[in-house]
Design a protein around this ligand. Structure first.
Ligand SMILES: Nc1ncnc2c1ncn2[C@@H]1O[C@H](COP(=O)(O)OP(=O)(O)OP(=O)(O)O)[C@@H](O)[C@H]1O
Length: 276
C-alpha cells in the first residue's frame, strides 16, 4: 500500500475515519449476560412516532434477526443504538455500565459497537489485505503503520479475519474486482478488525446469489458467540437459515419475538406483516 494512495483515499473518503476507531473499551460489563438493553424508547419525527415504547434486549453472543415491514423503525432503532439519533425518551445501555444516550457516535464505536450498512464501502483501489490493514489502524496509528510496517501479531490477525470471511485466496486482489458478495464479506472483515462486541448488520444479503447467501449465513453464524450480532433483513429464507430468535417490529414497537416457526404461524404477524 503506498503512502500517496492512502492519503488520496483519506482525502476523498470520510468513511475511513469510521474504520479507525480504537478497540473495544474495557468498561463493557456483560456480567448479567446481556449486551444491549433498550427500554421504553420513543422518538418522533415531525410528530410521527417512528419508535414507540420500544423494548429490546440482546444477550451476549446471540445472533438476533430483526424483521418488519417498510417504515417499522428498524433503521431508526439502529441509529439510536449507534448514537446517530437521540430518542425523546427511554434508556439505552451497552452492558450494565455504558449509557449509550450519554455517548457520542465515535465513543459508541470505540466502546465496541460496529455497524455495517447495506451498501459495501470498501476501498476499491486497494487490495483485500490493505483494506483489512487500514481497518485495523487506529486514527493515530495509520501513519506509523505505513512507515513501520505490521507486527507479526497484526499480520496474523489480518490472516485470521481473511480466512474467517473466506477471502484468503484473494488477498492481493483489488477490492474493486471482487463480487458483490465478496465485498460485503470484506466489509464485515473490516468491522471485525476493530474487534467489536456488538455488530449491527443491515440487509447483508440484498443482491447476493444463493451461494453467497449460504456463505453469509455461515459467516454470521460463526461470529455469534464471540460477538453479539443483530441483523436487519427482509429475506425470510435467509432469516430462517440463521436466526434462533426473530424480533418483529411494527409501528416502532416489538410486535412479537420468537422462533421463525412461531412468528410465521402467529395471527398478528400474518395480519400486519405478511398481509394475510
Ligand atoms: N429523519 C427522519 N425524518 C422524518 N421521518 C423519518 C426520519 N427517519 C425515519 N423517518 C420515518 O420513520 C419511520 C421509520 O423509518 P425507518 O427507516 O426506521 O423504518 P425501517 O423499518 O428501517 O424501514 P425500511 O425497511 O423501509 O428500511 C418511517 O415512516 C420513516 O419515514
Amino acid at each position: 500500500m503506498s503512502f500517496g494512495s492512502v492519503l488520496e483515499d483519506l482525502r476523498h473518503r470520510d468513511k475511513v475515519f469510521d474504520f479507525m476507531m480504537p478497540q473495544a473499551s474495557a468498561q463493557l460489563d456483560v456480567s448479567k449476560g446481556y449486551i444491549l438493553y433498550l427500554e421504553d424508547i420513543s422518538v418522533s419525527f415531525d410528530g410521527f412516532k417512528a419508535i414507540n415504547d420500544l423494548n429490546l434486549y440482546i444477550k451476549e453472543g446471540e445472533l438476533r434477526c430483526i424483521i418488519g415491514p417498510n417504515g417499522a423503525g428498524k433503521t431508526t432503532m439502529m441509529d439510536i443504538i449507534t448514537g446517530k439519533t437521540t430518542p425523546d425518551k427511554g434508556s439505552a445501555w451497552f452492558g450494565q455500565r455504558l449509557n449509550l444516550l450519554n455517548m457520542s457516535e465515535p465513543q459508541i464505536a470505540e466502546a465496541g459497537i460496529g455497524r455495517k450498512f447495506q451498501k459495501p464501502t470498501v476501498f476499491e483501489e486497494h487490495t483485500v489485505f490493505d483494506n483489512l490493514e487500514l481497518a485495523m489502524a487506529g486514527d493515530k496509528q495509520v501513519l506509523s503503520l505505513l512507515f513501520a510496517g505490521l507486527s507479526g501479531e497484526q499480520k496474523d490477525r489480518i490472516d485470521e479475519v481473511m480466512t474467517l470471511i473466506g477471502l484468503q485466496d484473494c488477498r492481493y486482489e483489488r477490492a474493486g474486482s471482487l463480487s458483490h458478495g465478496q465485498k460485503q464479506w470484506l466489509e464485515i472483515g473490516m468491522l471485525l478488525m476493530q474487534n467489536p462486541k456488538l455488530l449491527l448488520v443491515d440487509e447483508p444479503v440484498a443482491g447476493m446469489t444463493h451461494q453467497e447467501m449460504d456463505r453469509t449465513a455461515e459467516l454470521l453464524n460463526s461470529l455469534a458467540g464471540r460477538h453479539s450480532v443483530v441483523v436487519v433483513e427482509h429475506d425470510m429464507d435467509f432469516v430462517r437459515s440463521i436466526a434462533r430468535t426473530v424480533t418483529v417490529l411494527h409501528q416502532g414497537s416489538v410486535l412479537m419475538e420468537g422462533t421463525m416457526d412461531q412468528i410465521q404461524n402467529d395471527a398478528k404477524v400474518k395480519e400486519v406483516y405478511l398481509g394475510e
